[in-house]
Design a protein around this ligand. Structure first.
Ligand code: HSE
Length: 306
């Protein structure tokens, strides 16, 4: 029976002003998912390497996403999934999205690709629902489609692929603490002031325009979050200092990656992105917070069949 392995990359959701709306796919960090067709209908998670996560398919993000696909496909098919975790759960760079998206791409491939990448988003979102209680699409969309994406609506699903300026590079610093997305969503206020909504909308529109025009200065001016960052930044050690030093080192902007605790910075060019990484590391060295860092160009393809 047939087998496929896929590389499912990490991603940064929100990107400052686009809470639950914007996301971008990273290049060199991710999960590797092996999918094997079997004669036993359903999904079986046979092994998870690198993290302690549930093997029961109904409790595992990859299992849930795969089951959602099979329920829609409607014929008795069975797959075994093995997951090599390259992304730490609760790190803020789309750990659950990578596993869910990787699983559905692998299964779809073995079924002969009955679904487009856009259609697979709906199934991968079910993995997000089991991970954090909300089927948000801002991580799974860039992982499946590549580049920057904008979720105009999660239900009914309407996702737009944006332009990815070639010179943009993402720096990530991950303080070694875990913040569960469900907890980071629970701290958010559910009411906004009109002024906040206006400022956020203006920045989101300008950021999307900056991406299309490859106008790095407009991108710089637009990477501002008036709504979520002021609340969530309290969960992240040294956040304000990280942001100040990264921007001083040349970043176009710095913010919380997804629901944190990772912090991302966007820079024009690899040299600046590396300087930004060093500046952020220095902050954590000074306050003795253990961390790991990733520096990544934008991945325009998303999940890759190996
Ligand atoms: N948009 C989601 C949030 C992303 O910020 O809660 C979670 O990775």
């Amino acid at each position: 029976m047939s087998h496929v392995s896929v590389f499912a990359p990490a991603s940064v959701a929100n990107i400052s002003c686009g809470f639950d709306v914007l996301g971008v796919c990273l290049d060199n960090v991710g999960d590797t998912i092996h999918v094997q067709e079997t004669s036993k209908p359903g999904i079986e998670i046979t092994k998870i390497i690198g993290q302690d996560l549930p093997l029961e398919a109904a409790k595992n993000v990859a299992g849930v996403a795969g089951l959602a696909l099979l329920a829609d496909y409607g014929r008795d098919k069975g797959f075994q999934i093995q997951i090599e975790k390259g992304i730490k759960p609760g790190s803020g760079i789309g750990s659950s999205s990578a596993s869910a998206a990787g699983a559905v791409v692998g299964i779809n491939h073995l079924l002969g690709n009955p679904y487009t990448r856009e259609q697979l988003i709906t199934f991968a979102m079910e993995g997000e629902r089991v991970a954090c209680g909300t089927a948000h699409a801002d991580n799974v969309s860039p992982v499946l489609l590549g580049g920057f994406t904008l979720v105009r609506s999660a239900n009914p699903l309407d996702v737009v692929t944006l332009n990815s300026p070639l010179e943009l590079v993402v720096t990530i610093i991950h303080p070694e603490i875990e913040v569960k997305t469900a907890d980071a969503r629970a701290v958010l206020l559910d009411k906004l002031h009109l002024k906040q909504a206006i400022a956020q909308t203006a920045n989101l529109g300008a950021l999307v325009t900056g991406l299309f025009k490859e106008d790095y200065e407009l991108i710089r001016r637009s990477l501002v979050d008036h709504i979520v960052e002021p609340v969530r930044s309290m969960l992240i050690p040294g956040f304000n200092e990280l942001k100040i030093r990264a921007n001083e080192a040349g970043a176009l902007g710095t913010g919380i990656s997804g629901s944190g605790p990772s912090v991302f910075a966007l820079s024009k060019g690899m040299d600046i992105a590396q300087k930004v990484g060093l500046a952020m590391q220095k902050v954590y060295d000074e306050i003795r917070v253990p961390y790991d860092t990733h520096i990544s160009p934008i991945n325009s393809k998303g999940v890759k069949i190996l």
